[in-house]
Design a protein around this ligand. Structure first.
Ligand code: NAP
Length: 247
C-alpha cells in the first residue's frame, strides 16, 4: 500500500546542514525522525518534539539500539530515507589530539554510520528506501590539520562503494565541500574566510536535489567536483604544491 508521506531520518539534525535538511523535508510534509545528542528541552523551533526527536549520542556503542527503540516506540517500521549526516572534527596535528578525541571522531563519523546502516537496513528495505551517507570532499582532497576527520570520510566513501557492489543495500554517498556551519568552530578552527562559503541552507537544497537523483556518488558543486577530481587523480602534485605553500 502506498504511503502518502515519506519517513525521513536525519542524524545530526540539531545544527548546520542536517537542520537545514530537516527544514526542507518538514516543508514538504514528510514525517521526520531527527537524531541528535542535545536534550530535547534545549532545542527550540517547531522541528523538535517528542514525536520527531530521538536523543542519541553517536559516540555511544548502543546508539543504534537507541534509535531503533525510538522507531519501535513510535510504531515506525519503514524509512524512505536514512540520512547519516552527523559528524565532528578536530583542527590540529594528530600529535596534539587526545586519544579520547580521536575515538569520538571515529565513533561519530564512521562507527555510528556503520552501526546505523546495519540496524536501519530492515526499515529502509521495508520502504524500498535509501541510505544516504554524507561524506566530504576532504576524503579526496588534502585537508591538513583535519587528518582524522578526512580518514573517517574516506572510510565512509569506501563503505558506500562496497555496499553498492554487494548490491542488496540501496546507498548513496554525497560529498559536500566547505559550508558555513558551526563544525569549523566546534573543531577549533577559526576560519577567517568562512563567510565566503555557501550557507548550510543552500548546500542542503542541493543535497536534497541530489537525493532525488540517481547518482550513487555525488559531489555538491562544480568547484568541489573539480577539487575532488584533482585530489583523486593528481594527488601527488596537489600534495607537493600544498607542502610548498605551507613552507
Ligand atoms: N561544513 C562543512 O564545511 C562541511 C564540508 C564537507 C562536509 N561536511 C559534512 O556535512 C555534515 C554536516 O556537518 P555540518 O557542517 O552541518 O556540521 P554541524 O553544523 O556541526 O552539524 C553536525 C551535526 O552532528 C551532530 N553531532 C556531532 N557529534 C554528535 C554526537 N556525538 N552524537 C550525535 N550527533 C552529533 C551535531 O550536534 P550538535 O548540534 O550538538 O553539535 C550537529 O547536529 C557532516 O557529515 C560533515 O562532515 C561539512
Amino acid at each position: 500500500m502506498a504511503r502518502d508521506r515519506k519517513t525521513v531520518l536525519i542524524t545530526g539534525a540539531t545544527d548546520g546542514i542536517g537542520r537545514a535538511l530537516a527544514e526542507i523535508y518538514r516543508a514538504r510534509g514528510e514525517r521526520l525522525v531527527l537524531v541528535g545528542r542535545r536534550p530535547l528541552d534545549s532545542l527550540n523551533g517547531g522541528l523538535f518534539s517528542e514525536e520527531t526527536y530521538c536523543e542519541a549520542d553517536l559516540c555511544e556503542a548502543d546508539c543504534a539500539d537507541q534509535v531503533c527503540s525510538f522507531l519501535r516506540s513510535r510504531k515506525i517500521d519503514a524509512l524512505d530515507l536514512a540520512i547519516q549526516n552527523a559528524a565532528t572534527g578536530y583542527y590540529g596535528s594528530v600529535a596534539s589530539q587526545t586519544e579520547a578525541g580521536i575515538r569520538s571522531i571515529v565513533a561519530v563519523n564512521l562507527l555510528g554510520p556503520l552501526r546505523l546502516t546495519h540496524a536501519l537496513e530492515p526499515y529502509v528495505n521495508n520502504a524500498g528506501g535509501k541510505h544516504v551517507l554524507i561524506g566530504s570532499i576532504a576524503h579526496a582532497f588534502p585537508c591538513p590539520e583535519f587528518a582524522v576527520y578526512a580518514a573517517t570520510k574516506e572510510a565512509l566513501d569506501v563503505f558506500g562503494r562496497n555496499l553498492r557492489v554487494e548490491g542488496d543495500v540501496n546507498v548513496q554517498v554525497i560529498h559536500p565541500g566547505a559550508t558555513q556551519t558551526g563544525i569549523h568552530r566546534k573543531s577549533g578552527w577559526q576560519e577567517e574566510n568562512a563567510s565566503a562559503y555557501p550557507p548550510a541552507e543552500r548546500v542542503a537544497r542541493r543535497i536534497a536535489r541530489a537525493i532525488e537523483g540517481r547518482g550513487s556518488v555525488v559531489t555538491i558543486g562544480l568547484r568541489n567536483r573539480m577539487l575532488r577530481f584533482c585530489g583523486r587523480y593528481c594527488g601527488r602534485v596537489i600534495e607537493a604544491l600544498m607542502r610548498w605553500r605551507a613552507r
